[in-house]
Design a protein. Structure first.
Length: 232
């Protein structure tokens, strides 16, 4: 996949690839689908945040170890981070990504679905805090310095691009997009939407989608598999 953009990152971790293979199987139960998505999300997030964050010492602030020795405390930068799951299946990745961050991060949900005939994204929910802090309302939350979008699937890339545009309009400085599986074209589309501001990290990459916009061989409808709504 040498023709992918430089801001596209496809994991080659052997354990992740083995778990992805298990996740592909139609015989994998909903409970195991949930566990595998969580585990894969941890591995993707670990790789993404290793590149997307930096460590810094807290000036002269020191603490003591259980043996009484002083040490300099370390934090991550930036500290103003938001996690943005794409409803509904993006919710399955939130616990893993949140657990990697050393301090709690606000979670702002985006509801997007693909219109059946055009496969274009339609936004039906958005709880980004667009109000800026003011003297009258100092608790208002402005845009995050870093937004972490989580969505298990990047198929055509249209939903990912819509989410990137929404967050860019909100005023974020950088975006990390984490997904379990993408197509080559979907990954390329997401990376090209804002090349200087977006890094996309995925667990695996398939060639293409079918006529219904589903990835081949893919994971099926991951939302239905996660939440036992197959055949609804």
């Amino acid at each position: 996949m040498s023709n992918l953009p430089s801001n596209a990152h496809v994991s080659t971790h052997p354990c992740l690839q083995a778990k992805l293979s298990q996740l592909r199987s139609a015989s994998t139960s909903s409970k195991d689908v949930q566990s595998l998505v969580h585990e894969i999300s941890l591995m993707i997030g670990y790789e993404a945040l290793a590149k997307g964050l930096t460590s810094q010492t807290k000036g002269t602030v020191q603490d003591k170890s259980p043996l009484g020795y002083e040490y300099q405390t370390v934090s991550t930068s930036p500290t103003n981070i938001s996690v943005v799951p794409i409803l509904r299946s993006g919710l399955s990745m939130v616990p893993a990504i949140s657990s990697l961050l050393p301090i709690p991060a606000p979670i702002h949900h985006l509801g997007l679905y693909r219109e059946r005939s055009t496969l274009q994204p339609v936004e039906y929910y958005n709880n980004l805090p667009y109000h800026q802090p003011t003297s009258a309302n100092p608790s208002a939350s402005g845009p995050a310095e870093l937004a972490i979008i989580v969505d298990p699937i990047i198929a055509t890339g249209a939903t990912a691009c819509a989410a990137i545009d929404t967050l860019k309009d909100w005023g974020v400085k950088r975006i990390i997009l984490c997904a379990v599986l993408a197509t080559e074209e979907g990954l390329r589309q997401a990376c090209d939407e804002w090349p200087e501001g977006v890094e996309v990290w995925v667990g695996g990459c398939d060639k293409e989608v079918d006529a219904k916009g589903m990835i081949k061989p893919g994971l099926g409808d991951i939302g239905d598999r996660l939440y036992l709504t197959i055949g609804k």
